[in-house]
Structures are given as structure tokens and as C-alpha cells.
Ligand binder design. Structure first.
Ligand code: ADP
Ligand code: MG
Length: 591
């Protein structure tokens, strides 16, 4: 029987990058965490394997991955086993926070300088901040894991204080009155069925590798307004849905994630910046602190928390950061919140797994990833979902950065299998500065009912497809041989692509399109698709006529693009369908 209450220790016998081995004489538990003391610092590690010691029958050897920088570690350094799995501290104060992959706070909004410092062993959540606690259970009530005992306002979010999920049925022995408390103070005492007393506080630790359960899991159907037209029109994601967003370097994955952070209609955004440039993470929290949340009008950071495990930080912590972020997302889902979790990039996460399994000497699978990488990826995305029991949802959108933009590689393939939606970014579109570079002809979605009807979506796609085919024909046999009617169809496709699919993430008005505006755009688009247009004036030959058609469509595209950038009032918005009506009749529409 393991006695994990007494101090159990070991000593390092080998150090190989982030993988270390230690000899121990007590019991050790698979997956438990440990601290390695190096020059007075305590580095966090996790037990991966327990092996017999070939040299000493009384001892054993553990293999551990270390999440922090091992500089200065020596053979013989002491390891203390903690008896608990990798976990995250959950409670009020999560929002507005920025941590590294191990929940060490990196940056406080009050500080002027945004600077990423390595783990400092500071408390994960502010221990001094006071929260207005309102109890909602009474002495004598029976509660169990996940039940709400009270609430505190966390900014605009009504943060529910839960009984830790590991608890069985308990009786409330005492609970404080409505008052201000910090996360270190006791708010209630409960007694379990064995008669043991437990103290409850505003915050508790939760293991990150096993999911927080659903009450009543549902298939996601309600689309999220992301503000990104090509997504909301063609590839909508539902509350609780999953999306893989692969794209080559520079194709716009990070810009897209930032747009989603800003504009996706959700209560809470959890971001795992995983293995990407530190500068990008710093930009986010500098910029987002100043930006307004479209739903509350407050600073965007008030609905966000960020786990920044950037390329300069220890690789092993990337693995932890994604699990920690997921657990935070599940915690808020359990409170009934609509959470969107963004991970950029899951390829860097998978690389951490690859490095680890390589060091452990596992038999490698395709491209040296661990054999079970598809299961690990599936396991991660499966934690997303909608919960009808709580009314909350956790949506998971992960970027994938395959080398050379090759979607055939194992992580992209496994992601496509695991996710309901797929937003593939195209190198060609990015090269042509057609942003966002989601290829409108290469995507999937699991949400049938988007913001426009299925029929309208199909018509848009058909036009884009036809335009694509005609484009190919033009480049193989030349424009001359293409009939005028086909050329008009081609120009219609170009217009939908340029004015609807493409969107400038850096232009205030264009950056976000809400459903009302989308409806107006859809109306104009359908009108353009449905109607034939007679461009003939006088007696132009085919060549001259095509010239004129191109000119007319160029004018329309310019006008429409200006409308995208400027139309704000209802009156201005209404101009688009009118303009397209007039364009179809070839009447003056410029105002
Ligand atoms: P990735 O993360 O895929 O490597 P980024 O998101 O950093 O690529 O995008 C690279 C560059 O492409 C950006 O710095 C920006 O200039 C441009 N870009 C990407 N998406 C957009 C967009 N929607 N609107 C305008 N520019 C964009
Ligand atoms: Mg990026």
C-alpha cells in the first residue's frame, strides 16, 4: 500500500535534456508530480515510468519529464515526490491572467511592462484579491463534487464556487455569511460519509489529464458568430464544436486566432499560445488589454486568460499548457459559460510529445511521432462539447502548422479525423494576399444550420467552383475561346471571393461581420448569382465586350470593398443590396 502522506524522495541518476531518471527507495505512483531541488529552486516534473533498479533490488528507477529549465541540475540532486498528478488551481482570478504552461503568472495587467519571465513559483492565482462571496447552500444541505456552494462576481462573469470534483456526497457543517474573502480563506466546512471534515475555499486544485465530466453532453448545433465571413457563411463552428485550422507558415493562423479572440461571441476565451514566438503572446495581452469586448464593452482581457508557453520556454511544458488550458475551459463550462479555447499551435504540442517519446526510446510511428498520436489528439478534442446540463459549452479551435504546408503529415491527418470542422489555409491564397486564406473550396463543418440557409451556401460555393474552373480554362486555352456568359460567371465568382470571402483583419469595420450584416451581404450575393446581366451596349465584339465586363465588375468590387470598410449605419448598410440591384440592371449606382 502506498503511504503518500510521508515524505518520499529520490536522487537524480541521469539527466538527458528534459528527461531525467532518479533512484528511489519508497513507493512512487505513475503520473504523480515531483519537485527536483536545484540550487534552492524547485523544478516541476512528472513521473512517466517506473522501472526496477538493475543494480539494487531494494530500489526502483523513475523516469520523469521536467517542465522547467534544468540548467544547473546535477547527478544526486534531491527529488521529492508530491503524491498528486499534474493539476491546475481553479477559482476566481483566472480571468485577465497570463501564465506560462505551468500556471506560473507571467504578467499582471497593472504592470506597465509586458515581459515574459520564466516561472517564479509565485501563487497561480492572486492570494490577496478580495471577492464578494454570496453563499447559496445552508448548513445541513447535502452537496457533492461540482455542486455550487456560492458565487462571486469576477468582472462581469458570475463565478460559481464549486465543491471540488473529486468529492463524494457531503453535509455542509458550516458556511460563511455574505462577505469579502480571498482564495486562502475558508468559506465552508463539509463532512463526508466517512465523517471526515473538509475545508472549502474559493479555489481548489484539479488534475488536468482527466476531463471534468459533462452533465448532459449534446451534439453542437448552434453556430457561433465569429465575425469572420468565410467561416460564418461556409464553415460555421457550433458552441461546443471542434475545428482544426492547418496552414503553412505565414498563412495567417495566428491572425485568425486573434480575430476569434476579439470577435467570437462567447463568455470566456482561453488561449494556449503553444510554442510560438514570445513576441506574439506579448502583443496579444498588450493589445487586448486596450481592446473592447464586443459584448460587454470592457477590456477584452476581462473575458480571457492566456497560457503562454512560447518557443523560448522549456518544450515539456507545452504538453502541460494545453491540458491546463482545457481544464480551465471545462471548469467554466461546468459553470454554464460559453467558452472558446484556442490553441496555437497544436503541432508544437505534438512536437513536445515526439521529443519525449524519442528520449524514452519508444518505437516511433510515422515521422517519428509516438504511435498513439492520433489517440492523443482525439483525446484532446473530445474534451470540447456542449453540456445541456449546465448550459455551458467548450469550443476548441486548434491551429496546426505542418512543415511545408503538407496536410498529409500525421498531426494534420489526425486532427482532421478528430475535429468536426476543418479550416484549411492555402499557401496560394496567402501568397496572393487573399486573407483570411481559408480556401472556400476546401473546408468542412459539422454545423448544418449556419447564419444563412444551406441552399444559399451551396449556391455561393457552386459559383466559386465554376469561377475556379473557368479560370483554369482561361489559363489553358486563353480568354478568347471562353464564351461571354462564362466570363460573366467568372467575374461573379471573383466578386464573391474579393468582396465576401476576403476580409481585412486589421481594418476596424471590415474585421468583424455580425449576422445582421452577413444577411445583407448574403442578400446582395444571392441576387448577383441569380440574375443574368446584359452588358451589351452598341455593337461591341466579344473581346471589347469582355473588356467592358471586366471594367464594370472592377468598379463594383471597388465600390463593395469601400462599403465593407465604411458602412456602419442602417442607411449605409442598406446601400449594398440596392447597388447590386442597379448593377444587375446596369444602372448608375455610385453615390
Ligand atoms: P501564421 O501564424 O500562419 O504563421 P500569421 O497569422 O502570423 O501566420 O500571418 C502572417 C501575416 O499575414 C500577418 O502578419 C499579416 O500581415 C498577414 N495576414 C494574415 N491574415 C490576415 C488578415 N485576415 N488580414 C490581413 N492580413 C493578414
Ligand atoms: Mg502563427
Amino acid at each position: 500500500m502506498n503511504d503518500i502522506s510521508k515524505k518520499r524522495t529520490g536522487n537524480l541518476i541521469s539527466i538527458q535534456d528534459s528527461l531525467v531518471k532518479a533512484r528511489f527507495f519508497d513507493d512512487v505512483i505513475m503520473g504523480e508530480t515531483a519537485e527536483i531541488s536545484v540550487d534552492g529552486k524547485f523544478l516541476q516534473a512528472e513521473v512517466l515510468q517506473i522501472l526496477p533498479d538493475p543494480k539494487n533490488a531494494d530500489a526502483g528507477i523513475v523516469e520523469m519529464q521536467v517542465f522547467e529549465d534544468l540548467t544547473g541540475a546535477k547527478i544526486g540532486d534531491e527529488v521529492v515526490f508530491k503524491g498528486t498528478p499534474l493539476s491546475v488551481l481553479l477559482g476566481p482570478g483566472l480571468l485577465t491572467s497570463v501564465w506560462d504552461g505551468l500556471q506560473n503568472p507571467l504578467y499582471k495587467l497593472s504592470e506597465e511592462d509586458a515581459y515574459l519571465k520564466p516561472g517564479m513559483n509565485a501563487p497561480a492565482l492572486d492570494e490577496e484579491a478580495l471577492w464578494d462571496f454570496t453563499p447559496i447552500v445552508n448548513v445541513g444541505d447535502t452537496v457533492a463534487g461540482g455542486d455550487v456552494i456560492g458565487t462571486v462576481p469576477e468582472g462581469k462573469v458570475d463565478h460559481k464556487i464549486l465543491v471540488p470534483f473529486s468529492f463524494g456526497p457531503c453535509k455542509v457543517e458550516s458556511i460563511i455569511e455574505k462577505c469579502s474573502v480571498n482564495i486562502t480563506q475558508q468559506v465552508a466546512i463539509v463532512i463526508d460519509e466517512q465523517g471526515n471534515k473538509h475545508e472549502l475555499k474559493l479555489a481548489f486544485r484539479q488534475p488536468v489529464k482527466s476531463p471534468i465530466p459533462f452533465k448532459d453532453r449534446a451534439i453542437p448545433t448552434k453556430p457561433i458568430s465569429t465575425g469572420v465571413r468565410v467561416i460564418d457563411l461556409l464553415a460555421p463552428v457550433g458552441y461546443g464544436g471542434t475545428v482544426g485550422n492547418p496552414g503553412p507558415f505565414g498563412a495567417g493562423k495566428t491572425v485568425l486566432q486573434h480575430s476569434l479572440c476579439k470577435y467570437a461571441v462567447a463568455d470566456i476565451i482561453v488561449m494556449a499560445a503553444c510554442g510560438e514566438r514570445a513576441g506574439e503572446a506579448v502583443e496579444v495581452f498588450k493589445e487586448f488589454a486596450e481592446l473592447e469586448d464586443p459584448t460587454t464593452g470592457e477590456s477584452l482581457m476581462k473575458r480571457m486568460c492566456i497560457f503562454g508557453n512560447t518557443s523560448s520556454m522549456p518544450v515539456a511544458a507545452r504538453e502541460a499548457s494545453v491540458f491546463i488550458a482545457l481544464t480551465v475551459g471545462e471548469y467554466y463550462r461546468y459553470q454554464g459559460k460559453k467558452v472558446v479555447m484556442l490553441a496555437d499551435s497544436t503541432s508544437r504540442w505534438a512536437q513536445a510529445l515526439r521529443e519525449r517519446s524519442g528520449r524514452q526510446g519508444d518505437i516511433p510511428g510515422p515521422e517519428a511521432f509516438p504511435m498513439d498520436i492520433p489517440d492523443q489528439i482525439k483525446g484532446m478534442y473530445q474534451r470540447a462539447g456542449e453540456d445541456l446540463g449546465t448550459g455551458g459549452s467548450l469550443t476548441f479551435i486548434g491551429t496546426v502548422s505542418p512543415a511545408g504546408g503538407n496536410f498529409q503529415e500525421p498531426v494534420t491527418q489526425a486532427t482532421m479525423d478528430a475535429t468536426g470542422g476543418f479550416w484549411g489555409l492555402s499557401q496560394d491564397r496567402a501568397d496572393a494576399k487573399k486573407y483570411p486564406a481559408i480556401d472556400p473550396l476546401v473546408y468542412t463543418t459539422s454545423v448544418y444550420d449556419g447564419f444563412v440557409s444551406w441552399k444559399d451556401r451551396q449556391k455561393m460555393l457552386t459559383t466559386l467552383n465554376e469561377a475556379n474552373d473557368i479560370d483554369q480554362t482561361i489559363s489553358t486555352i486563353g480568354l478568347k475561346k471562353v464564351p461571354v456568359s462564362n466570363y460573366i460567371q467568372y467575374q461573379k465568382g471573383l466578386t464573391i471571393d474579393f468582396c465576401v470571402m476576403q476580409q481585412d483583419a486589421f481594418e476596424k469595420t471590415d474585421a468583424c461581420t455580425r449576422p445582421e450584416r452577413l444577411e445583407i451581404i448574403n442578400e446582395a450575393t444571392q441576387n448577383l448569382i441569380d440574375n443574368t446581366i446584359d452588358f451589351q451596349v452598341g455593337d461591341l465584339d466579344d473581346e471589347q465586350l469582355k473588356e467592358l465586363i471586366k471594367h464594370k465588375f472592377d468598379e463594383l468590387r471597388q465600390w463593395w470593398r469601400d462599403w465593407n470598410y465604411s458602412a456602419k449605419t442602417e442607411e449605409e448598410l442598406a446601400k449594398l443590396p440596392k447597388a447590386v440591384d442597379k448593377f444587375i440592371l446596369q444602372e448608375e449606382y455610385a453615390v
